[in-house]
Design a protein around this ligand. Structure first.
Ligand code: SAJ
Length: 434
């Protein structure tokens, strides 16, 4: 039996040992799902603290129950480790490491390079290697493959290489990872088939595509689609404000169209490590190919303008109440990048606070998920929401609409509210909306 047939049979009879490289919000749920299905799973991570947290049952990934992890470890189905030699014992290796965007707005694939190098160091004949990290098109073929080939092993004969985009939506109970269709694109039909068989054990639906590039680009399309539509509705919000009509009512009306329309909502800017970043991978790659993208760049510019626009609206609102911004006391309500998600990455709230501070306003914040934030290198403690405290603020700026806030209490005690998230559906004399 050749390596392909051997791997197929090991995946089929579950004797294949799986190794997840990178135990974050993408890798750890995969490790748990494969182990629950009866595979032996190694979880390799370079961070000993992360391994320690798994061993002591400390929760650090929103969708993973530490008790379940401990159970799998007790039954010797899952072994988290910092020892990269476990890769040698593994038949299927899934790389799920971060691909941050450098401040100079180009993709940092250093984690992919180091993970691929670690795999190369430990790999042997007969392995399926899958890259899940979101990156620019051709990363699998032009970054990971050349590194793996340095092992002296031949791709699509000695080892099989595939790309499969991660689609995890942290905290989403409606779409847990196994319910989200999985795309797989291999260097050959054989690697695609092997990845298809492996993921089909845990995923409800697996979809084959003809190459890693198609799989890589489909992920970038998904998130660019959101970036462009959020930018579009943000421009509509600015237009509606100029027209003196409610963007929120306009959207509700457009939503009555039962086909050909998908609602997006304006906000104070976009955050997270997907939407503001993934499309930049594509525009960066396009430029390398001699094409300057237009829609992506414009959408990035539009979304990047929204924090400034939000501040401008509040400055105007306070000026209309004869309160110059430099004498204003502002409360930012909700600072994470998205409702009910404890994550500050790229959060527009942080930029908005900086803008207000640079205008000499006094700024405080409240977010039950975030006890303190660092702005311009200085720690800012959160402020409690009490009637006395609320009365102190010239304006409460609602940036992130967490579900755990009593908004009617805020509306009752706050002097003025700028609602950037359409929380207040009813009209109130002290509420102005984006
Ligand atoms: N946002 C708006 N208006 C909208 C939608 C989002 O202002 O109509 C803002 C959010 O407040 C946030 C940013 O955009 O600051 C990104 O929001 P998001 O809902 O796209 O959330 P993310 O970044 O968690 O995106 C993830 C992505 N999932 C993966 O990459 C696997 C994305 O593809 C999902 O569609 C999205 O979750 C989701 O639907 O929740």
């Amino acid at each position: 039996m050749n390596t392909y047939e051997q791997l197929k049979s090991k995946i089929k009879d579950k004797s294949a040992q799986v190794c997840i490289v990178g135990l974050g919000y993408v890798g750890l749920p995969l490790a748990v799902e494969f182990a629950k299905k009866g595979y032996f799973v190694y979880g390799y991570d370079t961070d000993p603290h992360r391994i320690e947290k798994l061993r002591t049952g400390e929760k650090f990934i929103v969708d993973v129950d530490p008790k379940e992890v401990l159970e799998l470890m007790k039954n010797n189905r899952f072994v988290p480790t910092t020892d990269d030699t476990v890769i040698k014992d593994s038949d299927a290796i899934i790389i799920a490491v971060p691909t941050p965007l450098r401040k100079v707005k180009f993709p940092d694939v250093s984690y992919v390079v180091s993970a691929s190098t670690t795999v190369k160091k430990n790999m042997r004949k007969g392995q399926l290697i899958i890259l899940e990290s979101t990156s620019y098109t051709t990363t699998t073929r032009n970054v990971t493959l050349p590194i793996l080939k340095k092992s002296g092993l031949k791709e699509e004969r000695d080892f099989f290489l595939c790309f499969s985009p991660e689609r995890v939506n942290p905290g989403d109970k409606k779409f847990p990872v196994i319910k989200i269709p999985k795309a797989v694109g291999g260097m050959s039909e054989q690697s695609t088939e092997l990845a298809f068989m492996l993921y089909s054990v845990i995923m409800e639906k697996v979809f084959k595509v003809s190459s890693p590039e198609v799989a890589e680009t489909s992920k970038l399309l998904e998130n660019t689609f959101r970036l462009v539509n959020i930018a579009l509705i943000s421009e509509f919000a600015i237009l509606c404000n100029k027209l003196g009509i409610s963007i929120w009512e306009v959207i509700e009306c457009a939503k009555t169209k039962p086909f050909g329309f998908m609602p997006f909502y304006p906000g104070p800017g976009i955050g997270g490590h997907c939407i503001p970043c993934d499309p930049v991978f594509l525009s960066w790659k396009a430029k390398k190919l001699g094409y300057k993208t237009k829609m992506i760049d414009l959408a990035l510019e539009m979304n990047r303008y929204m924090p400034k626009y939000t501040v401008e609206r509040v400055v105007e609102l306070l000026a209309s109440k004869k309160k110059p911004i430099e004498k204003a006391n502002i409360l930012i309500l909700g600072v994470t990048y998205k409702k009910d998600v404890k994550d500050l990455r790229e959060s527009p709230a942080l930029e908005i606070i900086e803008h207000f501070k640079h205008k000499a306003a006094k700024v405080s914040f409240h977010d039950s998920m975030i006890p303190y934030i660092k702005i311009d290198g200085i720690n800012m403690e959160g402020t409690a929401i009490t009637p006395a405290n609320l009365k102190k603020f010239d304006c409460v700026v609602l940036i992130t609409d967490h579900s755990d806030v009593d908004y009617s209490f805020i509306q009752k005690h706050a002097r003025l509210i700028f609602d950037a998230r359409n929380v207040y559906k009813e009209k109130h004399s002290n509420v102005v909306k984006l």
